[in-house]
Write a protein that binds this ligand. Structure first.
Ligand SMILES: Cc1ncc(COP(=O)(O)O)c(C=O)c1O
Length: 411
């Protein structure tokens, strides 16, 4: 359920007519529903009935400061993958002590900054990273809390590019190597093992994948018990699938039930790292039909604004924000970018004419965050709707914004 619904013949976000926003802020533009975000937040808050838990929102899915602030106010922690995301969390008032740092290429600067800001945990993804964190911690004369991100060797998730937990993927540490890491950390003066973490992929609709992962995490935790180490958390990652067009997807409660069942006799706090299941259906991208040419609806937003269709062949539902009685046809909806892959939808049936505004739905996750300035296009604004009010939470870029870091060659 989201809150983008037709009232009479017009698409509304909550109680605001999308056309009013388009008139005020132009197109393309991202529009988010606060109510949908809050509904998704509450579905995670109410998911667990027995286990202590921390929900760490995956900042990479939607990183606008106002949205992060809303999540923080609701008690959420954060899953970050860069020093920049840590800066965002802090700027939004988020709590570093509720922030976990994942990612396979953490730089020295990022690690030092994370240590100084006292984050909850670094999720270690390689042996070299473990030694790097230890060396920086020793120079700072601090003992740093870490978790091991293991690769459960589970083939799950949607498109090839969003699978992360298989043996051939670059993420995490293989199961047969974990104990070597535990042995080292258990003797280190500067590292403190507090958790196990994993993320098996995205757009997961089969809860059995989580069940298998929970079994692995339990077995590993039991192995670690033998070292006399008391872990504080078990982190099962993000990845819960959402409906991009009429797909039945599991709820956070169903996911939590499985975890509570499988990990019933473990006492650690459970961490989850959801991204799209909080932000995905809370956002749309609106775009104007500039021209019609043959079977093409040529719109004013492209792969620089929403990369998912070009990157993952992702399919988004699209609608005309004004219902009309004109006959519908099958269109290839394409953007302005000079690439043949700049296709937002293929053979998509709808009725539209030049000047109409279209809404690309379920664009809240991995939408604006992946936008770029390719073809020197300005990234779109972000607008947050709250009942019958709306507020701009990120301005459209200006050309000055685009050029300001470029310098003349000195003679
Ligand atoms: C480590 C990690 N955690 C969480 C997520 C969030 O995934 P999703 O948005 O599918 O919930 C991702 C996504 O790539 C990830 O790589």
């Amino acid at each position: 359920m989201d809150n983008f619904i037709f009232k009479a013949d017009s698409l509304y976000c909550e109680d605001v007519n999308i056309r009013d926003i388009a008139e005020k802020y132009g197109t393309p533009a991202y529009i988010y529903s606060k109510k949908t975000l809050e509904e998704n937040i509450n579905s995670y808050k109410n998911a667990f009935s027995k286990k202590d838990n921390l929900i760490c929102f995956s900042v990479k899915s939607l990183s606008n400061l106002s949205i992060l602030e809303l999540l923080h106010r609701n008690g959420f922690g954060f899953d970050i993958v860069s020093g920049g995301e840590l800066e965002r969390v802090v700027s939004a008032g988020g709590d570093p002590k509720k922030t976990i740092f994942t990612g396979i290429a953490k730089s020295e600067e990022e690690i030092l900054n994370g240590i100084k800001k006292n984050i909850l945990s670094f999720n270690i993804e390689s042996e070299s990273e473990m030694y790097r964190i230890e060396s920086i911690a020793s120079k700072e004369n601090k003992t740093v809390d870490v978790a091991i991100r293991f690769n459960p060797e589970v083939d799950s998730g949607g498109h090839e590019y969003i699978k992360t937990g298989r043996k051939k993927d670059k993420f995490g540490i293989f199961l047969d190597q974990i104990i070597r890491f535990v042995e080292h950390i258990s003797t280190s003066k500067y590292l403190n093992l507090i958790g196990l973490s994993c993320h098996i992929g995205s757009q997961i609709v089969d809860l059995n994948d989580y069940k298998i992962t929970a079994k692995y995490i339990k077995r590993l935790a039991e192995e670690i018990d033998k070292f006399g180490i008391k872990l504080e958390f078990l982190d099962l990652g993000g990845g819960l699938g959402i409906s991009y067009s009429n797909l039945d997807t599991p709820t956070p409660k169903e996911l939590a039930d499985i975890i509570e069942q499988e990990l019933e006799d473990r006492t650690e706090k459970i961490i989850l790292e959801p991204g799209r299941s909080i932000s995905g259906n809370a956002g749309i991208l609106i775009t104007k039909v500039e021209y019609i040419k043959d079977k093409y609806l040529i719109v004013d937003s492209g792969m620089n604004d929403l990369l998912r269709p070009a990157l993952y062949q992702a399919k988004h539902d699209i609608c005309n924000v004004e219902k009309n009685t004109a006959e519908s046809s099958e269109w290839n909806i394409v953007g302005p970018i000079c690439e043949s892959s700049d296709v937002l939808a293929k053979d998509f049936k709808m009725s539209a004419k030049e000047g109409d505004i279209l809404a690309i739905k379920t664009a809240g996750a991995y939408g604006h965050v992946m936008s770029s300035n390719y073809n020197t296009r300005r990234r779109p604004p972000e607008i947050l709707v709250d009942k019958d009010q709306y507020k701009i939470i990120r301005k459209r870029e200006s050309y000055d914004d685009l050029f300001k870091n470029e310098m003349e060659i000195e003679d």
